[in-house]
Every structure is written in structure tokens, then in C-alpha cells.
Design a binder for this molecule. Structure first.
Ligand SMILES: [Zn+2]
Length: 315
């Protein structure tokens, strides 16, 4: 998974802060312990002195004296450790044994930094979408009328196992149905789980995704970072397709995205309030034909849940 250098920098910074905080905690505890028991500082001074004489003996090659120093320093270290433990000074914690909190293992980014970076990516996504309220556990089947329950339960189970077994070879999904039937909720729930697994997920309402890509195309920087990410993300979720402002450019952009991801065999989830016929009319049969066979169609049924929830709240 390609983490952006920005998130990696942030993750490294956070790690540094955690280590610094722990160092500060240790220094403060140590100072307090020394204030109560000056012997701790004396031991440090004695240890330093032994270190200096040890250097001299090493140069002379005085093995007996070296051994003597070793014994003394061992005893002093033990005494210090006992005093510190009595004073309840916890040793400085090492948060990651693999990199010893440097963030790198043989010049490569340590897994501990990567996992923080992934968490940050989820958080950043969270800024633009209500991930907090989503989650399969918050999908309430009781809001659906009896005749819709079975079908919606099936869709829910399907989505759970889709997220569970997600891989870059997962199916493409097309969520259709009127608004307020939980399409966004289930899309976000999948996003949440798949992001947790460390996959790179791009989620956005069609309008904002297309606008971001369009801005790039018409800027002078030649930057295509956002469009690249949309094209290359492990999972792309386009929410609310059909609400975007339609231009010839958007139409061809949408075709490019769908087509390019199909060629790369990268999964895409699209949700829309439009019926299949309406999709065909809006995006040309050329695009609609890509959906047939290449996308697994999930039709949401029921009554607008947002309206039902509001009514319940007002009761
Ligand atoms: Zn590490």
C-alpha cells in the first residue's frame, strides 16, 4: 500500500512526540526520586568514575583491575535499580522493539510507523465523511418494512463478508435504490473495515471526486496525484453518482475511471439513486454496458430511513 509521504511524516512526528513524552516522564520521576534519595545521583557519579578508570586499565591491559571494575559497576547498577524500583520510577518504555523507536529498521520504515500512518489515513477520511456513525453494527434492519427485511439482511451479510474477505480482486459493486435506504451507510462500513486492514481506500461523493480530478486536469502544475490515487486505490468508492454537475468532461472522466480500474482489476463500489435505465441515459450506453457483467448489482429497498428516524426522534 502506498502511503503518502505527508501521512508518513505525520506518523513519524507522532512517534517522536510519544518517545519525547516518555523521556520527559522518566526524567521527572528520576528527579523526584533523587531529591528524596541523593544516593541515586552518587551512584551515577561513582559509575562515571569507574568508566574513566576502566579506560585507563584497558590501555594498560590490566585484566585483574578491569574485572574488579566490572564487578563494582555491576553492584552499583544493581543498587541503583533497587533504589529506583523502591522509589517507583518506571524504566523508560520502549514502544517498538523492532525499531527501538527510531521508526526505521535497516533503513526501511518500521511497521509501527506504517500502522500509525494507516490510522491517520482513516482519520483524514473521517474528516470528510461520517465514519463515526457508520459500521455494520449500527445498521438497523428494524427500520425496513417487513417485505424488505429479508432482502436487506442479505445485502448486509453480503457487505460484511465482502469487507471481511476484501482483496484487490474483490468484486465491483453497484448499489442502487432510492435515497435514505442505507447505501452510504453500508459503503462507509465497508470503507471502515477495509481501511483498517491497511488497504488504500478512496471514498467520496461523485461531485467532489470529479471536481478534484477536474481541477487537476485544468491546472498548470501538471500534477495528477489525485486522479492517480482515484485510479490506483485498492478500493474506490464513488458515492451518490448522478448528483454531480454533468459536463462532457465529467462524462469522459467517469468512463476513464471505470474503465481504467476494470483493466487493472481493482474493485470499485458505486452507489446511486438512479435506476439502471437512468444511468444508461445519463452516462451513455457505453458506460452502462461496463456495469453489466462487471459489477455486481445490489438493489436497496424500503422506505427512507432518515425520515423514519426523524419521526421516531420526534415521538
Ligand atoms: Zn517500530
Amino acid at each position: 500500500m502506498a502511503l503518502s509521504s505527508e501521512t508518513v511524516q505525520k506518523a513519524l512526528y507522532l512517534k517522536e512526540q510519544t518517545v519525547k513524552k516518555e523521556e520527559h516522564r522518566y526524567e521527572t520521576d528520576l528527579k523526584a526520586a533523587i531529591a528524596k534519595n541523593p544516593r541515586i545521583r552518587e551512584i551515577d557519579t561513582e559509575l562515571a568514575a569507574i568508566g574513566t578508570s576502566l579506560l585507563g586499565y584497558s590501555i594498560k591491559g590490566d585484566l585483574a583491575a578491569i574485572e574488579e571494575c566490572r564487578k563494582k559497576s555491576e553492584a552499583l547498577s544493581k543498587e541503583k535499580a533497587e533504589l529506583l524500583s523502591k522509589a517507583q520510577v518506571r524504566e523508560k518504555a520502549v514502544f517498538c522493539k523492532a525499531c527501538e523507536d527510531t521508526g526505521y529498521v535497516s533503513g526501511r520504515l518500521c511497521e509501527c510507523v506504517k500502522s500509525v500512518a494507516r490510522e491517520l489515513a482513516v482519520k483524514e477520511l473521517n474528516d470528510i465523511m461520517p465514519l463515526e456513525g457508520s459500521g455494520f453494527d449500527k445498521f438497523d434492519i428494524s427500520y425496513y418494512p417487513d417485505e424488505a427485511k429479508e432482502k436487506m439482511q442479505k445485502i448486509l451479510s453480503y457487505c460484511i463478508s465482502y469487507a471481511d474477505s476484501f482483496s484487490k480482486n474483490s468484486e465491483n459493486l453497484l448499489f442502487t435504490g432510492k435515497s435514505g435506504l442505507g447505501k452510504t451507510h453500508l459503503s462507509l462500513s465497508i470503507v471502515k473495515e477495509v481501511t483498517k486492514k491497511g488497504f488504500k481506500v478512496i471514498y467520496g461523493p461523485a461531485q467532489s471526486l470529479f471536481t478534484a480530478a477536474e481541477k487537476e486536469r485544468f491546472s498548470y502544475s501538471g500534477d495528477t496525484e489525485k486522479l492517480d490515487e482515484i485510479m490506483e486505490a485498492d478500493l474506490l468508492v464513488i458515492d451518490d453518482l448522478g448528483t454531480e454537475f454533468m459536463t462532457n468532461y465529467v462524462q469522459s472522466l467517469f468512463y476513464d475511471i471505470v474503465n481504467s480500474r476494470l483493466l487493472k482489476k481493482l474493485p470499485t463500489i458505486i452507489s446511486t439513486n438512479l435506476s439502471f435505465e437512468e444511468l444508461k441515459a445519463r452516462y451513455t450506453p457505453r458506460i452502462a454496458s461496463r456495469f453489466i457483467g462487471e459489477y455486481s448489482l445490489k438493489t436497496f429497498v424500503g422506505n427512507d430511513i432518515r425520515v423514519l428516524k426523524k419521526a421516531k426522534e420526534q415521538k
